[in-house]
Write a protein that binds this ligand. Structure first.
Ligand code: SAH
Ligand code: SF4
Ligand code: F3S
Length: 514
């Protein structure tokens, strides 16, 4: 399908004026809408094959578009969004724009948004409110909303009605269309909306401007087919599409040659990597087994889903070397009943069995997790099962959240008898446990020497350097600025709840670098 055909087929997702609800919501604005999102469309999973494109280019007529203009992107949400921002920055630079880190100096401002919880969305609406004054002062400023929120009808609707100073809204599948969308926004007085709900393709040769030259993100797959009942991601990111291994290997090799020290492989559920290949049986374990041979000191991946975590992957991770001894393995709940209604498709026992296998193969592994408390109708006993599982696994840290209903997901329709005060109290109890075990895990490091990849100066004190250990522990330490970007040995002098303090003892020789 070429670009034009695709756009036409995508337009079938556009608001249909004969559909009563949409007509009511959009009638006033309909002419402005090019392609609006549809969660219903986004939910469909077809059998059509993934197509890989290598033909991205900036059309001649757009090349000078950014001359004398500056862009600013604010990123919310996960690493996937961070990386999308790097791609959009690449496109802006290819169009001749310059980056700026001040909204006041920008000619284009993009908010790359996250839809995972209500408070993530509220932050964006708050920011849109603030930016109104700037837009009034500078009418030529282009203001755009992209990322996961733009995939939701209700959000697009709200922006059309209440934030008319927004010039463009485009979706997660439309990033490569940025030059066209900008052009359209400059030409049109109306709000430009281009959100494709379905996407089967992978575009390989998009430009990227990476933030920093020490660590890099590498996408290995896009989308999610798991449809956990609380989660909006399968709707905002589309179906699972894996990049071909040779493309990933080549990208990692290039990053290694450019001197990057660490790469993080990205996907919403990296363990499903390769499941969509029709011509071969090839999974995350196979990919990691090839990547570990590349001369780059550190390789990580995120995020794992316990269900697809297979024995081959464990076997490969156990080989160590540049594969880091830290696994982030979201459990969400310790109660089999809750896991069932979350559609996580594993039980408490199966999760514990997986942990047992991982620890048997990698005895010193650090495990971290994500947990949701206050799922609809979660009982005190079920919550306590989460606490007991947390202790039993001995997680070293966790991201913890109060359940947030997401419109369009099955859980949002469930009745919920758990009052917000109870949810808040549960979160507090869980966080106390998380802090206790984090402090305990860090305490063991006192007096030890660890290897730290130095990111730069510490956020709070430029005289102190900061970096991460192989197990992803933050270390603040004293040492020369020349250590930035290197892997150094640091003696830990003091453990805090969330980080370690230390003193640099020596720089590692390249041959020693792990
Ligand atoms: N793909 C990853 C998670 C992405 S979202 C995975 O499956 O592990 C990151 C975390 O946000 C999830 O692990 C979950 O703990 C949390 N989360 C997702 N939807 C949520 C919701 N509706 N309310 C509260 N937390 C949510
Ligand atoms: Fe959301 Fe579940 Fe997919 Fe993770 S695996 S992105 S929690 S649906
Ligand atoms: Fe948020 Fe989208 Fe990531 S919803 S967590 S930015 S995939």
């Amino acid at each position: 399908m070429n670009e034009k055909q695709r756009l036409e087929s995508q337009q079938s997702n556009a608001v249909n004026p004969s559909d009563k609800k949409s007509a009511k919501d959009y009638s006033k604005y309909f002419e402005r809408v090019i392609t609006a999102p549809s969660l219903k469309e986004a939910k469909k999973r077809g059998k059509e094959e993934v197509k890989y494109h290598h033909d991205f280019s900036i059309p001649e007529k757009f090349r000078g578009m950014g001359e004398g203009r500056k862009f600013y992107i604010r990123t919310y949400g996960c690493q996937m969004n961070e990386h999308d921002t790097e791609v959009m920055s690449g496109i802006f630079m290819a169009l001749g724009y310059e980056p700026t880190d001040r909204t006041e100096d920008a000619n284009v401002i993009l908010l790359n948004t996250c839809a995972i919880r209500e408070n993530a969305e509220n932050k964006v609406f708050g920011e849109l409110g603030h930016l109104k004054a700037l837009k009034m002062e500078k009418p030529d400023l282009l203001l755009g909303v992209c990322g996961c929120m733009s995939q939701e009808e209700s959000v697009v609707n709200k922006i059309l009605k209440m934030y008319q100073h927004v010039d463009m809204i485009f979706g997660t599948h439309n990033i490569h269309r940025l030059p066209y969308i900008l052009h359209e926004a400059y030409m049109s007085k109306e709000m430009v909306v281009e959100v494709w709900s379905k996407e089967g393709d992978v575009i390989e040769n998009l430009p990227k401007v990476r933030r920093g030259n020490i660590k890099a993100w590498v996408n290995i797959m896009y989308g999610c087919d798991k449809f956990c009942t609380y989660c909006i991601v399968p709707y905002t990111r589309g179906k699972e599409r894996s990049r071909r291994p040779e493309e990933i290997i080549q990208e990692v090799r290039q990053l290694a040659a450019q001197g990057y020290k660490e790469i993080t492989l990205l996907g919403q559920n990296v363990n499903a990597y390769g499941k969509d290949f029709e011509d071969m049986k090839y999974g995350l374990g196979d990919l990691m087994d090839e990547l570990r041979k590349i001369d780059i000191p550190r390789i990580r991946f995120t995020t794992s889903h316990p269900r697809d975590f297979d024995d081959h992957l464990i076997e490969v991770l156990a080989k160590g070397g540049n594969l880091m001894d830290h696994i982030h393995l979201p459990v969400q709940s310790g109660s089999t009943e809750i896991l069932k209604i979350m559609a996580r498709k594993y039980t408490r026992e199966q999760y514990l069995e997986l942990v047992r296998k991982i620890k048997a193969a990698i005895p010193d592994v650090a495990l971290t997790t994500d947990i949701i408390v206050g799922y609809p109708n979660e009982t005190e006993e079920q919550f306590e099962e989460t606490l007991s599982l947390y202790r039993e696994v001995g997680f070293e840290s966790a991201y913890t959240f109060i359940y947030s209903p997401r419109e369009g997901t099955p859980a949002a329709k469930m009745e919920d008898n758990v009052p917000m005060e109870v949810k808040k109290a549960r979160l507090q109890r869980l966080n106390d446990l998380v802090n206790e075990l984090s402090a305990k895990a860090l305490k063991q490091y006192e007096g030890q020497i660890v290897e730290v990849l130095v990111d730069g100066e510490s956020k709070n004190n430029p005289d102190v350097l900061a970096g991460y250990t192989t197990k992803n522990k933050l270390v603040n330490f004293t040492g020369p600025k020349s250590a930035i970007g290197k892997i150094v040995k640091v003696k830990i002098t003091e453990a805090k709840t969330w980080s370690l303090n230390g003193e640099m003892v020596e720089e590692l020789e390249p041959a020693e670098v792990k």
